[in-house]
Design a protein around this ligand. Structure first.
Ligand code: TXA
Ligand code: MG
Length: 355
């Protein structure tokens, strides 16, 4: 299959391009389109065979459910059997935007979309291209991130092209995504609202609307490490790998000075051994690495987690493309979007070093 990569205006998408993409979707094809979080690999959510093509193009197992993207609130009641009271204030505060709600699934949603679950994940993205495409199709769009299964999510059309060239007919290129990490997934089907995946809407922002929202991280490492923070420790292979870059990533955690020292020493040691080393730090760490021969990339200002979130996935891919054999990465504060950044780094890490 030949893959068309077509530029589209991110703010005022050309209607002819939207109509072209919508016609492909209507015919049951998949299309890569931009959202404010990451690029999505979309299909008409109400056509089972089209949805099946998402899983095939991505190489994703059928037991991993998809998010249904909507552009108008009227559609919500057709996709769910009940709308809990929390939905209204959340929708008023955060939709359109990077918040996905888990709600009871109606029979209208194909089982393939929800991987057989009784619940369905729904979000209204705020990217003008995504909204225009859903409206032109006249049907909700099911879409995971537009990467091959287990690879880093794409924040540019070029990332999606690198993973899906030959597997999709069309990629709409609206430039880099604004948020850069995926939506926050909030489960409204349990007693208290629980964040299943931290993302583009922070825990603090959710709690300002619903004070009882909770987040219980499921990383085994987080619990173990909190008991022995002073002691240096390495525990490879115990992380929930999902956003893995194709190369090992060692995540450093601890006080900033100590992280810098440990990363510099490890970079030097590995380079002496002939390895190509990539280093991910913040702007304020750059001067400490001035003498290093490693490939250094900054994720932005460490005290501006939205900058770090927006540059994280592109930086991981850039180091992959640069051909490094290992990535050494610092940790970031977990407030605001920092919680999502921390989650993605833990998932990308093959090893974590507490200093
Ligand atoms: O920002 C985003 O959410 C992007 C853009 C394209 O919208 N999409 C995205 O989709 O990240 P995906 O498939 O890569 O991640 C969807 C997440 C998965 O963690 C999945 O397990 C969860 O949502 N999910 C989907 N349906 C669910 C359900 N019924 N119950 C619990 N979790 C669900
Ligand atoms: Mg994904």
């Amino acid at each position: 299959m030949k893959t068309e990569l077509i530029p589209i205006d991110p703010l005022y998408p050309e209607q002819a391009l939207i109509d072209h993409a919508a016609a492909l979707l209507r015919a049951g094809a998949v299309v890569v389109f931009p959202t404010e979080t990451v690029y999505g690999l979309g299909a008409d959510a109400l056509q089972t065979e089209a949805v099946e093509r998402i899983f095939l193009a991505k190489g994703r197992p059928f037991n991993d459910p998809l998010i249904v993207h909507i552009a108008d609130l009227d559609i919500l009641k057709t996709l769910t059997t009940a709308i809990p009271a929390q939905v209204k204030p959340l929708v008023e505060a955060f939709w359109p935007g990077p918040l996905t709600l888990i709600l009871p699934r109606s029979a209208r949603v194909p089982r393939l979309v929800t991987a057989g679950l009784d619940t369905v994940a729904i979000r209204m993205p705020r990217h003008p291209v995504a909204l225009a495409l859903i409206r032109a199709l006249g049907s909700p769009i099911a879409a995971p991130s537009a990467n091959r299964f287990k690879h880093v999510s794409p924040t540019t059309a070029q990332h999606a092209y690198a993973d899906l060239n030959g597997r999709v007919p069309l990629i709409l290129d609206a430039g880099p995504c604004e948020v850069g990490v995926e939506s926050t997934v909030l489960d409204l089907c349990s007693d208290t609202p629980i964040i299943l995946r931290p993302g583009g809407i922070s825990l603090e922002a959710l709690q300002s609307v619903l004070p009882d929202v909770r987040y219980a991280p499921r990383h085994k490492q987080d619990q173990e490490d909190s008991q022995s923070e002073t002691e240096a420790q390495r525990s490879p292979g115990q992380l929930l790998t999902h956003y893995a870059p194709a190369i090992p990533l060692i995540l450093y955690d601890g006080r900033v000075e100590a992280m810098r020292r440990a990363m510099l020493a490890e970079a030097r040691r590995r380079q002496h051994a002939g390895e190509r080393v990539g280093v991910l730090v913040a702007d304020e760490d750059m001067s400490a690495f001035a003498e290093s021969d490693a490939i250094i990339r900054s994720l932005g200002n460490a005290s501006a987690p939205e900058q770090v979130a927006a540059s994280l996935f592109a930086a991981l891919r850039a180091l992959e493309w640069a051909g490094v054999q290992v990535i050494l990465c610092r940790s970031f504060d977990q407030s605001g979007l920092g919680l999502a950044v921390h989650d993605r780094l833990l998932r990308a890490a093959s090893e974590r070093v507490m200093v």
